[in-house]
Design a protein around this ligand. Structure first.
Ligand SMILES: Nc1ncnc2c1ncn2[C@@H]1O[C@H](COP(=O)(O)OP(=O)(O)O)[C@@H](O)[C@H]1O
Ligand SMILES: [Mg+2]
Length: 484
């Protein structure tokens, strides 16, 4: 048996070692481990553990199969799916036929023991928890920018109804996945008060969505739209609240040794978590915005069909400069090069956020380097290039660059060379402060926004001179949402 991330191949070596008897794939997930076991009457089963923590089962025929066979029968135990992210899997027939042991980095989970401890989910009914588990194991459906644009260009009553019905089914799936993950984080992160609060927001929203009856007509649709608008507001402060939880954990971990590995696991979780959040907020925001009776010209919900990247970059730079002025009492110039009349369809709020973060980083670097020097601070240069596939925005500064040893860390959520504002302003209302730097979230979050519509963000540094950030935005808009 050969197991890789993408397939399991099973050979009968007495026959040949080239063509597998069974070739099994997992269409929407990657494979972590697989094992074979023999059940009653000599029936042979393959069991697969996936990256998302689902267990799959397939009975293998003795004759073998031709071609790839997708796995789709997941194992449900105790009435729900087991979401047990582990690193290897074995089946123990000596214990009990129903026992599958999943070896995790630091935990050992057995599927016939309750996966969700009652203590952790205290305050929530058993029925709700089971429902979260059931919905969390359903398949998510991605949407592309192009689809959102085409669909939203005709916001007829019928289309709004279809959109609401889609969200009524899709949002609980996405939200349930996050709630389950929030409950199973390593190192007690799940129990940090800030994280418990975030988890409760997710559970409340899940409950609101599930208790909303089927959407049959226009008035149901309007009521549903009001409700999801409220859900979006409820989740406004998720990012700083999670940052607070992670910060609390970081303080605990500082004293422990296994630092690197801890960060990786949490880093990957946060990437999935925030990516999913971007998608959820985009879908809700888009649906709500389609109800606007007086939409701005060329706008379809959040999407501007003729967005000028130069203009958005100019606004974002001015916003970043005003924060720089507030914190340092001066701010380097920002020069923008590119055709202001060039436009393409994109979401201006997303682009604004990304350029704002990049320019803030550059301003800070230049400001700190030239603050005490008699030389004039060199301007930050933004170049906008329109290619066939991508629109690329380069933000260049002469702020001294980033040492090569620091580069692997800049996209992590726990790394910042600035003082943490959560330490400085403890007790402040989380969502209301915008600071120059310090959360360490600017780059990783910007990269997620870029990737959400098929783009990317790269940072190239010349230590001793400066940094170039390349923000690639996909022009085609037909890549599907990444669905963690
Ligand atoms: N243009 C730049 N010049 C120098 N260092 C940078 C630049 N951009 C990012 N960095 C480094 O990367 C770190 C992480 O950046 P970011 O994710 O935006 O978080 P924050 O700005 O909150 O620290 C910064 O603290 C800084 O050390
Ligand atoms: Mg920053």
């Amino acid at each position: 048996m050969v197991v890789t991330n993408r397939f399991v191949k099973i050979y009968d070596l007495s026959q040949d070692n080239i063509s597998p008897m069974h070739y099994i794939t997992l269409p929407d997930d990657t494979i972590v481990d697989a094992t074979l076991f023999v059940g009653s009457k000599g029936r042979v089963f393959l069991m697969v553990l996936s990256e998302l923590g689902c267990l799959y089962r397939l009975e293998l025929s003795t004759k073998g199969n031709v071609g790839a066979q997708p796995l789709n029968e997941s194992i449900q135990m105790d009435g729900g799916n087991k979401h047990a992210k582990g690193s290897s899997l074995y089946f123990s027939s000596t214990y009990n036929l129903g026992t599958v042991v999943i070896i995790c980095n630091r935990r050992r989970l057995e599927t016939n023991s309750p996966f969700l401890s009652q203590k952790a989910w205290e305050g929530f009914s058993k029925g709700l928890i089971e429902e979260v588990q059931r919905w969390g194991s359903m398949k998510q459906t991605g949407v592309s920018l192009r689809y959102m644009m085409e669909f939203g260009s005709r916001p007829t009553t019928r289309n709004l109804l279809i959109s609401a019905q889609f969200l009524h089914k899709e949002l609980p799936i996405r939200i349930a996945r996050r709630a389950i993950e929030l409950e199973a984080l390593p190192y007690g992160l799940s129990h940090k008060p800030a994280v418990v609060k975030v988890r409760d927001w997710y559970l409340d929203s899940f409950r609101d969505l599930r208790s909303f009856p089927d959407i049959k007509d226009k008035s149901d649709e309007l009521e549903f739209t009001q409700m999801i608008k409220m859900i979006k507001v409820r989740h406004n402060n998720v990012v700083p609240m999670m940052a607070l939880g992670v910060q609390q954990l970081k303080k605990d971990l500082d004293t422990k040794i296994d630092y690197k590995e801890d960060l990786d696991e949490i880093q990957q979780f946060l990437d999935r978590f925030y990516m999913s959040r971007i998608g959820i907020r985009m879908l809700i925001g888009q649906h709500v915005a389609l109800h606007d009776p007086n939409p701005l010209p060329d706008c379809i919900g959040y999407i501007h069909t003729k967005m000028s990247p130069v203009e958005v970059a100019r606004n974002a730079s001015e916003d970043a400069r005003s924060i720089c002025l507030r914190e340092y009492c001066s701010a380097p110039d920002v020069n923008i090069y590119g055709d202001p009349n060039f436009t393409f369809p994109y979401v201006p709020t997303h682009l604004h956020l990304m350029v704002f973060e990049l320019v803030k980083n550059s301003l800070r670097a230049v400001q700190e380097k030239f603050m005490d020097s008699d030389k004039v601070a060199p301007p930050i240069r933004i170049i906008v290039a329109d290619g066939l596939e991508d629109v690329t925005i380069k933000v260049s500064d002469e702020g001294g660059g980033i040492p090569r040893s620091g580069l692997p860390k800049i996209f992590t959520y726990l790394y910042s060379t600035a003082k943490n504002p959560l330490d400085e302003h403890s007790g402040i209302d989380l969502g209301t402060v915008t600071t120059m730097a310090g959360y360490g979230y600017g780059l990783p979050i910007s990269r997620l926004y870029a990737r959400y519509f098929g783009g990317d963000l790269q940072i190239i540094s010349m230590e001793g001179y400066g940094t170039d950030a390349y923000l690639h935005l996909s022009r085609l808009g037909d890549s599907q949402e990444p669905l963690p």
